[in-house]
Unconditional design. Structure first.
Length: 92
């Protein structure tokens, strides 16, 4: 198993259409942290969606698989997990 760690933030919503709307706002230049605080249903919302640093395998499978393929500052397409739809941004 890869022992590398990354740092990421995310926005978690219930529906794919919400995630797509938020993705559109991000592409228009809106702040990831501001949108996370406003829309994310995860407790990390108050931290701008910041999940901090984590190792491979620490998050649910679909989230983990996507997060570890992102380059620094890259934002994912919506990722579905049992919690809802995530938009993930790797920052380290």
């Amino acid at each position: 198993m890869n022992s590398a760690k990354i740092s990421a933030r995310h926005i978690l919503v219930d529906n794919e259409y919400e995630a797509k709307d938020i993705l559109k706002l991000l592409k228009e230049g809106k702040s990831f942290s501001d949108l996370a605080q406003k829309f994310s249903k995860c407790p990390s919302a108050k931290l701008g969606g910041d999940l901090g640093e984590f190792a491979q395998g620490r998050m649910v499978e679909a989230f983990n698989a996507t997060a570890f393929t992102l380059t620094v500052d890259e934002i994912s397409a919506p990722v579905r997990t049992r919690f809802g739809y995530h938009i993930i941004q790797r920052y380290k």
